[in-house]
Design a protein around this ligand. Structure first.
Ligand SMILES: Cc1cc2nc3c(=O)[nH]c(=O)nc-3n(C[C@H](O)[C@H](O)[C@H](O)COP(=O)(O)OP(=O)(O)OC[C@H]3O[C@@H](n4cnc5c(N)ncnc54)[C@H](O)[C@@H]3O)c2cc1C
Length: 395
């Protein structure tokens, strides 16, 4: 595909750049560690973009999308990454939103889509269970029809930011007799319904981002089921394709790599910048080449999507390479500043934080620990390789 910027693209880039500079809350620009953000911090940029009409670049225009070309979407995400805006959460906009406008009833579209756009509804993802992660189809949460309501019982786990959410999309078994994939349905559940409870799980870096979510006789109106009963697996897989494209995070990785490059310029070994040391500069160059290759792959996927092709197995390629590169960048950062010991970002609730070394060293270890998750969530990278083996290579 042709990826030259046209004059219109450049004008659009300037418009986005100016909008971010003038409208994004100043104190929230350049925050690299989302772990410490509050609910209202995460929502602030979302609401500003919503008012501007720019919150859903990937959606069809009729539901509130921007109508941008793939190149404009790419430019927009590049500019957000470059300025380090607050990350927009994917659960409503990139996950359940596309499921609702593709498979939902007219009433569901009318009710839920505007509330995703405005962030009145904060969605979380109720897929994984303690014994059902990679083997998601073995999930045991049940939904039993009782009159006009389904009664849901079971446990979900790793529910990201459920402590802030007011809605959760849930996969539950509606036919225990059918083969695993055939007996699952997809529900939209109000987190304020009696019987829903959330318990925090502490992560490796000490942050609180994920939860166990319990369903104890939770009654959900029948009209909150997506599509047909027992067809939930189809909708669930469609959603995962959308989830994986966003996970590649090319634009943010470029910014993160820029930080590592800066660190390497300032860090001296025997008076010579680390960036000029053969071994380290070769590693930086290698990541940069991999990232450029991934960027072109993502652009190809975007171009295909704009011609009406839903993300397919290529989403798995983006997920694997994107997350490998994200992790590699955090490893290089730790390699560059590890001699300061264990520099951690200070926070109100973390008394172990040590402010040692220069400012750019702080947070490198937090980020390294945080990013271990990326090769696990959204379907682990081993599972993505299985998908590629089956769907692309036909093995
Ligand atoms: C930080 C974080 C946030 C998350 N957020 C959410 C969320 O919001 N909502 C949600 O529903 N889920 C969420 N998840 C869950 C995530 O999707 C699962 O952790 C993931 O699917 C893996 O499942 P598991 O943890 O049960 O590991 P397992 O499935 O038990 O896998 C363990 C290991 O075995 C490997 N493995 C398993 N099966 C195979 C196979 N067939 N072939 C090769 N290797 C295999 C895996 O790759 C992995 O390395 C999150 C996870 C993390 C870590």
């Amino acid at each position: 595909m042709d990826i030259q910027f046209t004059p219109e693209d450049l004008a659009f880039r300037d418009e986005v750049r100016e909008f971010i500079a003038s409208e994004h809350p100043k104190d929230l620009l350049g925050i690299r560690y989302r772990q410490h953000l509050k609910r209202e911090d995460i929502l602030a940029w979302h609401q500003i973009l919503h008012q501007k009409g720019w919150i859903a670049p990937n959606w069809p225009v009729e539901y509130g999308g921007t109508g941008w070309t793939p190149m404009q979407r790419y430019i927009f995400s590049e500019e957000c990454a470059r300025a380090e805006t607050v990350t927009i959460l994917p659960f409503g906009l990139n996950m359940v939103g596309p499921v609702i406008y593709t498979f939902g009833s007219p009433e569901q579209k009318e009710h839920f889509l505007p509330k995703i756009l405005s962030a009145e509804h904060w969605w979380c993802q109720g897929y994984s269970e303690p014994e059902a992660g990679s083997d998601l189809a073995s999930l045991r949460t049940t939904a039993v029809l009782d009159g006009d309501e389904y009664v849901i019982n079971g446990q979900k786990t790793w529910t990201t930011l459920a402590q802030f959410a007011n809605w959760i999309f849930v996969l539950a078994r509606t036919d225990p007799e059918a083969k695993p994939q055939a007996g699952i349905s997809f529900f939209l559940v109000d987190m304020n319904t009696p019987g829903v409870s959330v318990r925090p799980i502490k992560l490796i870096d000490g942050s609180y981002e994920v939860n166990d979510t319990f369903f104890d006789n939770v009654r959900v109106p029948r009209e909150n089921m997506i599509g047909e009963e027992n067809q939930g697996w189809t909708y669930a897989k469609f959603l995962l394709g959308h989830e994986r494209v966003g996970i590649a995070g090319v634009a943010r990785s470029k910014t993160a790599l820029g930080y590592v490059r800066d660190m390497a310029v300032h860090e001296l070994i025997d008076g010579i910048p680390l960036a000029e040391e053969d071994g380290f500069s070769a590693k930086l160059a290698e990541v940069e080449i991999d990232l450029t290759a991934l960027e072109f792959t993502e652009l190809r996927a975007l171009a295909a999507e704009s011609q009406g092709h839903a993300p397919g197995a290529e989403a798995s390629i983006l997920k694997i390479r994107g997350t490998e590169i994200q992790q590699r960048i955090t490893e290089l950062a730790v390699e560059a500043v590890a001699h300061y010991g264990f520099p951690k970002e200070p926070s109100e609730d973390d008394t172990t934080a040590l402010e040692v070394g220069p400012e750019y060293a702080i947070g490198a270890v937090d980020n390294y620990l945080q990013m271990r998750k990326t090769s696990i969530y959204g379907g682990s990278n081993e599972i993505q390789r299985n998908i590629i083996a089956k769907m692309v290579l036909g093995l």
